[in-house]
Design a protein around this ligand. Structure first.
Ligand SMILES: *[C@@H]1O[C@H](CO)[C@@H](O)[C@H](O)[C@H]1NC(C)=O
Ligand SMILES: *[C@@H]1O[C@H](CO)[C@@H](O)[C@H](O)[C@H]1NC(C)=O
Ligand SMILES: *[C@@H]1O[C@H](CO)[C@@H](O)[C@H](O)[C@H]1NC(C)=O
Length: 475
């Protein structure tokens, strides 16, 4: 009797990680730009931006809109692709039939980056004038704002951008290795070329591209972390010593924000990625393992409280779009926990002896919070659970679709839809939003993009987290 009751309680409460995983990947179809394939499942989205790149005579049709606007910012798009690929590299075996959808989501990015890097010593940095775009509230399918293409060259370099694209191509080459060896080879060859370009012509795209990318996606903490991150992925993909040497000799310079992992800061990701192959190698472990250990102990909260958790239990960091940091750090917790399991390692965090299960439990608590176990009892994944954000800051979701409203909307014709209190007509299934404030409160309002806007780099690490949590009997 007692046992049965407990089971019922657990089930009623329980989170469906499999459903969340499926939806977290489906979301990427809602962000697609370009000509949509017949396999498109997010049906309210249609073809858009079919002439991108025509201003520079390079076919730049495709890729992803990065958030609730219609600009294709390649720097965060590349990070998104790298982390989606990492999710498949680590957890693809646990994804079941979702693995194929995850690979499609990666390929939508890598096919596009092959176009962006087609011409040697030139990398397209972005498509869409962000000022023109942000001035309008239009569906992607209607866009009539300037689709300007911006690019970097030898003379006007952008090492962070090119190196992150190299990382995305190298990581994806590993993700595709078993299912499509020839595509995998093509990606790897290009990754090698693009990394050389990034490394040889050094500089920040901040300066080379200027105000089209910064203040939107400024590279705040420098390009050394992207160069080392790119080299680490190339080493994992090729096992060539020159990449490993590059990683070791430049890590000190790259490690400026060791507790950060996101489209801007890669250091925490490098420390965890590299840990896999230095766990037993005491000679080069010192550059990486103590940093990764310190991050994990920080997240555990011992010996010092380096991270703040809300009363409801959510990891909270200053700045907009908090959940991007939560999903990315949760991913690192699980990946590192698995590497620890491989060598039967535990951590000494102050007085605490921390094992891999402890780290996985922290990541699980974050995922569960996001999916509804929180003081408001709401899910921060659109279309998951019975209560989720209804007024997300997202042009395509807010305006009626082409099916419902075939007539063109001009630049400001969508403003009334933005201002209404009504829920968005199109459900962007699987989208995570920026998430609640430090006091667990949440404003379901288009006027608060810091809380209500989805982004691709928010979802990408969550794909890996959910694939792992969906595995039976993990704890
Ligand atoms: C890029 O611009 C931001 C904002 O102005 C600045 O803080 C950062 O240092 C710049 N990064 C590089 C690598 O120049
Ligand atoms: C959260 O991640 C973003 C993207 O890397 C970064 O700009 C921001 O600084 C991070 N926040 C904190 C508090 O580290
Ligand atoms: C590292 O050492 C552990 C414990 O001796 C062993 O089980 C594991 O296989 C080793 N891993 C590698 C990558 O050599």
């Amino acid at each position: 009797m007692v046992a049965m009751m407990m089971m019922t309680v657990t089930r009623a409460d329980s989170i469906n990680y499999g459903e969340a995983l499926r939806k977290s990947i489906l979301f990427f179809e809602g962000q697609r730009s370009g000509k949509l394939p017949p396999s498109q499942r997010m049906k309210w989205r249609k073809d858009s931006a079919l002439f991108d790149g025509s201003d520079i005579h390079i076919d730049m049709v495709g890729g992803y809109y990065d958030a609730g606007d219609n600009v294709k910012f390649h720097f965060p798009m590349a990070f998104t692709t790298t982390v989606l690929a990492w999710s498949v590299v680590e957890f693809g075996d646990l994804m079941g039939s979702e693995r194929e959808h995850a690979l499609d989501a990666i390929k939508w990015g890598t096919d596009y980056f092959m176009k962006a890097t087609k011409i040697p010593d030139l990398v397209v940095a972005q498509v869409g004038n962000p000022y023109g775009d942000h001035d309008c509230w239009e569906r992607p399918e209607d866009m009539d704002t300037p689709r300007t293409s911006y690019y970097i060259t030898k003379e006007k370099p952008g090492s962070e951008l090119a190196a992150e694209i190299a990382a995305a191509l190298a990581a994806s080459s590993i993700a595709f290795r078993t299912t499509d060896a020839s595509y995998s080879n093509i990606l790897l060859k290009r990754a090698i070329r693009v990394f050389d370009f990034a490394n040889k012509y050094r500089g920040s795209y901040n300066n080379s591209v200027g105000e089209a990318v910064c203040p939107f996606y400024c590279d705040f903490n420098g390009y050394m972390d992207e160069l080392v991150w790119g080299a680490a992925w190339l080493y994992k993909a090729t096992k060539r010593a020159r990449y490993w040497d590059f990683v070791k000799s430049n890590m000190q310079a790259a490690n400026v924000s060791p507790f950060e992992f996101g489209w801007d800061g890669k250091a925490a990701g490098i420390n965890v990625l590299v840990s896999e192959w230095v766990m037993n190698d005491s000679s080069s472990a010192n550059l990486f393992i103590p940093n990764a250990d310190a991050l994990m102990c920080g997240l555990v909260g011992s010996p010092t409280k380096s991270f703040y958790y809300t009363k409801g239990g959510l990891l909270f960091r200053e700045g907009a779009c908090n959940l991007q940091n939560v999903t990315a750090l949760s991913f690192l917790l699980i990946v590192y926990a698995r590497f620890m399991e491989g060598v039967k390692k535990t951590l000494s965090c102050g007085k605490e002896v921390v094992d891999s299960k402890w780290l996985i439990n922290i990541a699980k608590s974050q995922a569960d919070y996001i999916l509804g176990k929180n003081p408001l009892g709401m899910s921060y994944m659109v279309g998951y659970g019975s209560k989720y954000p209804q007024r997300i800051h997202h042009r395509g979701s807010v305006l009626p679709s082409l099916d419902a409203h075939p007539q063109h909307f001009g630049c400001r014709d969508g403003v009334a839809y933005f201002k209404t209190e009504k829920p968005n007509p199109n459900v962007l299934i699987g989208a995570l939003v920026g998430g609640p404030a430090y006091d667990d409160s949440f404003q379901d309002s288009r006027y608060n993009p810091g809380q209500s806007e989805p982004t691709t780099y928010l979802n990408a690490p969550f794909v890996g987290v959910l694939a792992y949590l969906n595995k039976p009997n993990i704890i």
